[in-house]
Design a protein around this ligand. Structure first.
Ligand SMILES: [Zn+2]
Length: 462
């Protein structure tokens, strides 16, 4: 590779790889090669050494106007199953070149019917040729802002190359997990605005989905008995999580002292515990911050009182960027830990490009959380049906409440009798296979040998 820039630094934090800048033909000791502005001759030299190679050919070939163009991913098995056969729209003007496929190569992606990502093999080593530029990152850019419906096609081939390259060290992610979230509803009555809970429970059963309602702790003072019963009887389809405390503007995003933040988080959870006692409905201790932002003092307060995670939007990620020097890879892992709290990304359910959002979340092993308000059900439940039916075609999709989603946020790796577990939540629910004699836990948020008490809970580990 040539000049690396910020992109390769970020990729190093996502994969067990280290990038080195090398001059042409100096490929000693490498596991694979990325050629920027490469050509087939240079690729051949790498392939002759038996090394996998990724070649950006975008200086050559006929250009295709990319804005509004349709990218089609083929059924090639190099792609993970959810991505195969999908057609997605690119919402950015990019310099994309057509890649001529040789007869012994297969097309992995096309744009407007023209090949832009081609895969071949030589001596068992993969050769990826792409006509898409690599995402251009400035120093403090978030890669996440490039991995979206605008530029996903620049990012996907390189990520896939690195995934294949590191497959031997790969962790097994959880299955695709999903839930809708509606902000604001409460248990005061059998409906909230356009949401009729009974109708939604039936609809969710019929179309296979789960709807979680982010309820405001201030509203916990009253519980409608029949509605609580409905939630208890349909807990596979309907559930609750937490939405702020009093639901005032930017409620969790103001500048708090540590004490103020702790007091607010504690009051929210006390009210929710009261709601649980009165209704008999279990609430996920997962926060959906009202209107988006959440300060780091607030996040620390939430962790201290027992919140397991927060579910946040992309807009909020940008807010965080101003406030925090947290790693710019945020948004690409299964969850991110900021100030001790795990953050799970969500996106607007009425988003025009919801297919891309769903696929990218699934590709990144993140829970798929389309979120909205009761107004999104104003014209009936067709939107939910549309999203759920698309999601349910992607494979074995597990629809669940937010607590279950958070507690299944981990990857595993097995070496004989040892089970390695990488946690992306503070609390997980792990079923240890009978043959496993040892479990090694990795908590990636504890950098540099930092220690944290390990809450064993009801562990039955020997
Ligand atoms: Zn709200």
């Amino acid at each position: 590779m040539e000049d690396s820039g910020a992109l390769f630094g970020l990729l190093e934090s996502l994969f067990p790889v280290r990038f080195e800048s090398r001059s042409k033909n100096d490929y000693d000791g490498l596991a694979g090669v990325v050629l920027m502005h490469g050509d087939r001759d240079a690729a051949n030299q790498v392939s002759d050494l038996g090394l996998p190679v990724f070649v950006v050919l975008h200086d050559e070939g006929t250009r295709i106007p990319s804005e509004g163009a349709k990218v089609t991913l083929t059924h090639n098995s190099v792609l993970p199953r959810p991505m195969r056969g999908q057609t997605l729209e690119v919402r950015e003007s990019l310099e994309v070149a057509i890649v001529a496929a040789r007869t012994d190569e297969v097309v992995v992606a096309t744009m407007q019917g023209e090949p832009i990502w081609v895969l071949g093999w030589r001596g068992g080593a993969a050769r990826h040729f792409v006509g898409t530029p690599l995402p251009a990152l400035a120093g403090k850019d978030f890669l996440y802002e490039h991995v979206n419906d605008k530029q996903f096609i620049c990012f996907l081939p390189l990520i896939q190359f690195l995934r294949d390259l590191t497959a031997a060290d790969a962790w097994t992610p959880p299955p695709i997990r999903a839930s809708f979230i509606f902000d604001d509803p409460n248990l005061h009555w059998k409906r909230y605005g356009h949401v009729d809970y009974r109708e939604m429970a039936r609809h969710a059963e019929k179309h296979n989905y789960h709807a979680a309602f982010a309820t405001v702790p201030l509203d916990a003072w009253f519980v409608h008995r029949d509605t609580a019963d409905l939630f208890r009887e349909n807990k596979a389809r309907l559930s609750l999580l937490v939405h702020g405390n009093n639901h005032i503007r930017s409620e969790l995003g103001r500048s708090f002292s540590e004490e103020e933040a702790l007091a607010l988080a504690a009051q929210a959870l006390r009210r929710i515990a009261w709601l649980e006692r009165r209704s008999g409905v279990e609430v996920s201790y997962v926060m959906a911050p009202p209107h988006g932002p959440c300060s780091e003092a607030m996040m620390r307060g939430m962790v201290r009182v027992g919140f397991e995670a927060a579910c946040i939007s992309q807009g909020w990620l940008r807010e965080l960027r101003r406030e925090s020097d947290c790693r710019s890879r945020i948004g690409l892992a299964m969850s991110e830990n900021v100030a001790g709290l795990h953050l799970i990304p969500r996106f607007g359910m009425s988003s025009r490009n919801f297919r891309t959002r769903i696929l990218l979340a699934a590709y990144l092993d993140q829970p798929v959380i389309p979120a909205g308000h009761h107004e999104d059900a104003a014209n009936g439940l067709e939107l939910l049906e549309q999203l759920a039916s698309f999601l349910n075609t992607l494979g074995d999709v597990h629809w669940m409440d937010m607590k279950s989603i958070v507690r299944s946020n981990f990857s595993t790796r097995r070496e004989k009798e040892v089970l390695y577990v990488k946690m992306f939540s503070r609390i997980i629910r792990l079923k240890v296979p009978e043959e496993v004699k040892q479990v090694c836990i990795e908590r990636p948020w504890l950098d540099g040998g930092a220690a944290e008490r390990f809450p064993m809970g009801k562990s039955r580990l020997r």
